[in-house]
Design a protein around this ligand. Structure first.
Ligand SMILES: [Zn+2]
Length: 423
């Protein structure tokens, strides 16, 4: 039997996505895990209710962990949103959302059409438990029974997925937002079914801004319009959460205008980094150092990458184009980020343009003097930096849009910080 057939059998057994199983299987086999052992481990990961013998016992939502493969649970459906995924070569509609009882909330994915609607109280028998984004998630599949209860379960959570942009996080599904379309452009991309048109841009509300993609262009989404969007989902794109509007989302033009706040939320570095990426955030911290690759730099004329000693990583020997940039380490006591300032902000700090920088470098016969001058001006001071924070395995980078010396009273800030720790 080949890997594909193993994956297909396993996926249909467990009622989960074939592609996902295949990818997992491939990974395990690549790490030399024997096929039977790999299948066993995937059965545990995706929650095979049949493995334990006998039905799983009833569990509170708050007590569900990935240590068990299946549970029986009663809860209130908070949200239920349809989405299309590719499953065994054809498009398959799944329903995703959140289920709650008095003890907690859990995400679920329904692979069968159980007719779930927000507000329903259900008992899901033999619901699979698997890990998703580090958290347990329920899988309602072929072997799950869903019973609708007559008495609604009272839960300390709001039914429906209404959210502010600032509260959205990667992995959220079936969310409802009311937003203003701040930026919008139509693009042609190479999708899984060939060339297709999409809309991408930025949504805003009073709480903040987030980028979006509209996979099935809706005429109500255009620059300047205010729209209510039901059943959107959030995934990560280039290190920040992005609102995804699909053909299953409902878009309604609103007759009121949604105000977009002009300020970004201020967060601690740790809070911002822990969130996995923020589209628009303000941080306040001490500028500890200016890193290598700052000041007068050269970029590859083809790919814009920074050139080291006339060498581009992709294009080899190139005639670099001069640019100004600052990479500064900002620390607020909770963590550090690398703040990256482009040409304009760097020129402002340096107090000159590229021509001035070239002149100074020529006189000193060393272009490092430009970075040194920048460091002299900013290191050791406290700044408020605003921009786009992305996090990867090497750390956190802030693409800076605003850079100003902080006028905070450091003592007041220290007190507020300590109070935050105590609280
Ligand atoms: Zn290049």
């Amino acid at each position: 039997m080949d890997l594909e057939s193993h994956a297909e059998d396993l996926a249909s057994d467990l009622g989960v996505d074939n592609e996902e199983v295949l990818e997992d299987l491939r990974n395990l086999v690549e790490y030399s895990v024997p096929i039977d052992e790999a299948k066993g481990s995937l059965r545990r990961k995706y929650g095979d209710g049949s493995a334990g013998g006998g039905g799983p016992t009833a569990t509170d939502v708050g007590s569900i962990t990935t240590d068990v493969s299946a549970v029986t649970v009663t809860g209130r459906v908070l949200t239920a949103g349809e989405r299309s995924i590719r499953y065994q070569g054809s498009d398959h509609v799944i329903v995703e959302g959140r289920l709650a009882d008095g003890t907690g909330v859990i995400d679920y994915t329904a692979w069968e059409d159980f007719g779930l609607s927000p507000g329903d109280t259900i008992t899901a028998g033999n619901a699979g438990v698997r890990e998703w984004n580090g958290e347990p998630e329920l899988n309602l599949g072929e072997s799950t029974s869903v019973a609708f209860e007559d008495d609604p379960l009272e839960v300390p959570y709001e039914v429906g997925g209404e959210a502010d942009l600032a509260d959205l996080a990667t992995g959220d599904r079936a969310v409802t937002v009311e937003v203003s379309v701040v930026e919008c452009e139509r693009r042609t991309i190479d999708g899984r079914d060939g060339e297709t048109e999409i809309l991408s841009g930025v949504f805003g509300d009073e709480s903040g801004r987030l980028p979006f993609t509209n996979w099935d262009p809706d005429p109500a989404i255009e620059e300047g319009s205010s729209v209510r969007i039901e059943n959107a989902y959030v995934r990560e794109f280039r290190g920040v959460p992005e609102v995804n509007v699909s053909e299953y989302s409902t878009v309604t033009l609103m007759d009121r205008e949604v105000d977009v706040g002009s300020d970004a939320p201020t967060m601690s570095v740790r809070e911002a980094v822990d969130s996995g990426g923020v589209y628009d955030v303000a941080l306040v911290g001490n500028l500890l150092a200016v890193r290598d690759g700052s000041g007068l730099i050269q970029r590859c004329p083809e790919c814009n990458r920074v050139v080291q000693r006339g060498q581009c990583r992709s294009h080899g020997d190139v005639e670099g184009v001069d640019d100004l940039r600052t990479k500064a380490i900002v620390d607020d006591g909770t963590g550090t980020v690398t703040a990256i300032l482009g040409h304009d902000l760097t020129a402002e700090i340096y107090g000159g343009d590229i021509e001035d920088a070239r002149e100074e470098a020529r006189e000193a016969m060393d272009q490092e003097v430009v970075a040194d001058r920048i460091a002299e001006r900013i290191v050791g001071r406290e700044y408020r930096v605003r921009g786009h924070l992305s996090v990867d395995e090497y750390g956190a980078n802030l693409d800076v849009s605003e850079f100003s010396e902080s006028d905070d009273d450091p003592e007041a800030r220290a007190t507020a910080y300590l109070e935050g720790i105590e609280a």
